[in-house]
Write a protein that binds this ligand. Structure first.
Ligand SMILES: C[S@@+](CC[C@H](N)C(=O)[O-])C[C@H]1O[C@@H](n2cnc3c(N)ncnc32)[C@H](O)[C@@H]1O
Length: 265
């Protein structure tokens, strides 16, 4: 069973590093995949602290698509931050756990979107069934997640620095395989679009910071990687490796390779 709880600081930290050091904006790319309609009622699954939801709304406004987004997540800490920061009348937030039955009374959506969350589903078949139930006919589904070759450079550095093997990761080991195939079975016109963003990190502190907020035990993603060791031991080894590296080279990369599964009901 997958146990997962994103903590606020590590999520925010990673997103900040992505937008500060990446050349492209992932949410802008996603917003262009949304099928144009004058008005869209959108369900955003696993919206976290809502920062990406706000961005999505901004980019849809630029495309002159009127919309209402219901941002949802199972983590109430993240949701209360999202609610507190929300000044956008196009967005409302609600608690929703996609491992359980959805509780919408006759409410239907034009689009269900999920950015970096769907692979935490404990039973993707059931989650997709719930999603299908609240989509209008021909409505759109967009899932964004890591491809199997996501962050290979970062993972290699982590393995070399710690002399430990990274096990299959919850997202990249399932997104463009199991999850994609299941969507194909249950939806129409399923396709996968790819996006690459190279983060060029110029100092060891930022790279270390990124590693800590990715590998943190609270996220659970690298859980088995941390077996029989501690976050601190990993940090010390990683730090030593980085300082040696930056003595010879000017920058290190993190190559994000993400995909969007796009489908229709
Ligand atoms: C990596 S974060 C992504 C947050 C946001 N979409 C973004 O891109 O910044 C993953 C999110 O999935 C949520 N999540 C995990 N399991 C969930 C579930 N069963 N139901 C709803 N949300 C879930 C977590 O609480 C977390 O906010």
């Amino acid at each position: 069973m997958i146990k997962f709880k994103e903590d606020t600081a590590s999520l925010r930290n990673r997103i900040n590093i992505h937008s500060q050091y990446g050349q492209k904006d992932m949410v802008k790319w996603v917003s262009k995949l949304v099928k144009h309609k004058k008005y869209l009622k959108i369900l955003d699954l696993a919206c976290g602290d809502g920062v990406q939801t706000i961005k999505l709304s901004k980019f849809l406004n630029k495309r002159k698509i009127k919309h209402l987004i219901i941002g949802t997540d199972s983590n109430t800490d993240l949701l209360s931050i999202a609610k507190k920061n929300n000044k956008n009348k196009n967005i409302i937030y609600k608690k929703l756990n996609f491992d359980q039955k959805f509780k919408f009374k006759n409410e239907k959506f034009d689009l269900v979107i999920c950015l970096f969350g769907i692979y935490y589903s404990k039973n993707i078949k059931k989650t997709l069934f719930e999603i299908k139930g609240i989509l209008l006919e021909k409505a759109q589904l967009i899932f964004v997640g890591p491809l199997r070759d996501n962050k290979l450079d970062f993972n290699k550095i982590l393995e070399n620095a710690t002399k430990r093997k990274i096990p299959p990761l919850i997202g990249s080991s399932r997104f463009d395989s199991k999850i994609f195939n299941e969507v194909k079975k249950q939806f129409k016109k399923t396709k996968l679009q790819k996006f690459k963003n190279v983060l060029k990190i110029l100092n060891p502190e930022t790279y270390l910071n990124y590693m800590i907020s990715s590998v943190t035990t609270k996220r659970g993603v690298y859980k088995s990687f941390l077996k029989n060791t501690t976050n601190n031991q990993i940090k010390i080894k990683f730090n030593k490796y980085l300082y040696n590296f930056f003595r010879k080279k000017k920058y290190m990369t993190i190559t994000k390779k993400v995909g969007a599964i796009i489908a229709e009901k």
